[in-house]
Write a protein that binds this ligand. Structure first.
Ligand code: SF4
Ligand code: SF4
Length: 239
């Protein structure tokens, strides 16, 4: 092959490589996660149960605000059998003619029926998060999630996705927060069943102790009345 031909081939190869690099860069650019929250607050209006981690509990304790969250904390029995500590959404407001909800914000509405209602800490009138500085980790990382291996998007309709202007540092921070969320949620999911069982046992033991104390203080009259009630219940045939 002549020297001229060799040079031509080399320059064609170089052009080919530059073109491929351009395409790869464009693909990477397209696949790159870019996000800038547009403050549309959609995620606060239809959020469902928000998982709470030890990180959140520690932050609230440090900032002296745990009591503000207590009325909304609940344990969610997940369909897979696991437990999550969650901020449980408020039940929807009663429609016209319907009875007003009782004082307990959770009533007996199953959590599954509250998956698309607003976060209890979102103020609809002012369109504001009432606890923004103390918002849970889950809100800080939304809509990104880390599952131990990969990053995923939990809400592809989030309008902030694809918004330009995210710096490398912000991207790193969001990824690190997603990893912290995964780690903290795992810690909570390991500890919660044990804690929940211990607390239930303690409550049960306390109730039994209170009952025994109350019975030991009964006079003979009350005791015989109670015996009669038990006897009556025993003799009543089951329906
Ligand atoms: S995270 Fe997304 S859905 Fe939530 S307020 Fe920001 S842009 Fe809206
Ligand atoms: S805690 Fe605040 S940021 Fe999080 S979902 Fe509720 S209102 Fe939105």
């Amino acid at each position: 092959m002549s020297e001229e031909n060799q040079n031509n081939n080399k320059s064609e190869e170089k052009e080919d490589i530059t073109e491929k690099e351009d395409i790869t860069e464009k693909e990477e650019e397209k696949a790159r996660f870019t996000f800038k929250c547009t403050q549309c607050q959609h995620c606060c209006q239809e959020r469902g149960p928000i998982p709470i981690t030890f990180w959140d509990l520690e932050m609230w304790a440090r900032n002296g605000v745990v009591a503000n969250f207590m009325p909304y904390l609940d344990i969610y029995n997940k369909p897979d059998g696991g437990l999550d500590l969650v901020l449980k959404p408020l039940p929807p407001s009663p429609k016209e003619g319907e009875e007003a909800p009782k004082k307990d914000p959770f009533e007996s509405i199953p959590i599954e029926d509250l998956l698309t209602v607003k976060c209890p800490l979102y103020n609809e009138e002012n369109k504001k998060c009432l606890v923004y500085d103390n918002r849970p980790l889950s809100c800080r990382v939304y809509p990104l999630e880390f599952d131990g291996k990969n990053f995923t998007i939990v809400d592809v309709d989030c309008p902030g996705l694809g918004e330009e202007g995210m710096s490398k540092e912000e991207l790193k921070e969001m990824r690190d927060t997603a990893k912290t969320m995964y780690y903290e949620l795992t810690r909570m999911r390991i500890a919660l069943p044990v804690l929940s069982q211990m607390i239930s046992q303690k409550v049960m033991m306390d109730l039994m102790r209170q009952n025994m104390e109350a019975m030991s203080k009964m006079n003979d009259d009350d005791r015989s009345k109670l015996d009669e009630i038990f006897k009556k219940n025993k003799d009543t045939p089951e329906p």
